[in-house]
Design a protein around this ligand. Structure first.
Ligand SMILES: Nc1ncnc2c1ncn2[C@@H]1O[C@H](COP(=O)(O)OP(=O)(O)O)[C@@H](O)[C@H]1O
Ligand SMILES: [Mg+2]
Length: 216
């Protein structure tokens, strides 16, 4: 479904490479965790997979569509219809209600065919819809961030350190929700430095020296 071939990413004019000849094959329905130390390039990889950033060099295709040839505009349209992202800091707008936060991506994509009812039911957050984001607990914010990532019905859900601000119990809840989405057909990739969280995924890679090493 998604194939990265010989991807390089440099932020300093090719003096050093954060991603260094990295390749990855993602199949539909995969449930993947990628671990790696702080600074190993996990967020860099998520930003490239989500098409928010571009590789310095390399090829990548999604359902055999060549992404490296697309304009920024084409990439934005592609991203809106295929990819949901959960950011490390959630990036919710504090003064907006939960409802408004979740629907934000549909404003940009003008998507009327969203799944607000279904996704808020699945995540158990319908009772929060009219609450302002600034009044939510960490675990609630995380669930709202998932709902927002899923609102345009993406087939790929990417998460950057989703347990970063959660205690063990909320991390377990989060895992169950990602698992549920995966069972409903969503491909899930998370990057995390949390090993006990990563170990629950079906496929595990470590990102080291700019390359991925599969160990499960
Ligand atoms: N926008 C950027 N500009 C310059 N350097 C960056 C940028 N983003 C990340 N880096 C550098 O790339 C390396 C990998 O960062 P990152 O992908 O954030 O790692 P991780 O998420 O695994 O902690 C780090 O050395 C970081 O300083
Ligand atoms: Mg990071």
């Amino acid at each position: 479904m998604y194939r990265l071939s010989n991807i390089y990413k440099s932020y300093d004019d090719e003096q050093t490479f954060v991603l260094n000849n990295l390749s990855l094959d993602i199949n539909k329905g995969d449930f993947i965790a990628i671990t790696g130390k702080s600074g190993s390039g996990k967020s860099t990889l998520i930003n490239i997979l989500s098409t928010i950033d571009r590789p310095t060099r390399g090829y990548y295709t999604y359902d055999n569509i060549n992404l490296d040839k697309m304009s920024d505009n084409q990439l934005a349209i592609f991203r809106n219809s295929h990819i949901g992202v959960i950011f490390q800091e959630y990036n919710l707008i504090p003064e907006y209600t939960v409802n408004e936060n979740i629907l934000l991506p549909t404003v940009f994509s003008k998507n009327k065919n969203h799944n607000l009812e279904e996704i808020t039911k699945l995540l158990g957050i319908r009772f929060l819809l009219n609450k302002k984001a600034k009044f939510l607990s960490g675990g609630e914010q995380q669930r709202v961030a998932i709902a927002r990532a899923m609102i345009n019905k993406p087939d790929l859900l990417l998460a950057d350190e989703p347990t970063g601000n959660l205690d063990a119990e909320n991390a377990e809840q989060l895992f169950k929700m990602l698992k549920k989405l995966n069972e409903n057909g969503v491909t899930v990739i998370t990057v995390t430095h949390n090993l006990s969280f990563a170990e629950k995924f079906e496929i595990i890679y470590t990102l080291k020296n700019g390359q991925l090493h599969k160990w499960k």
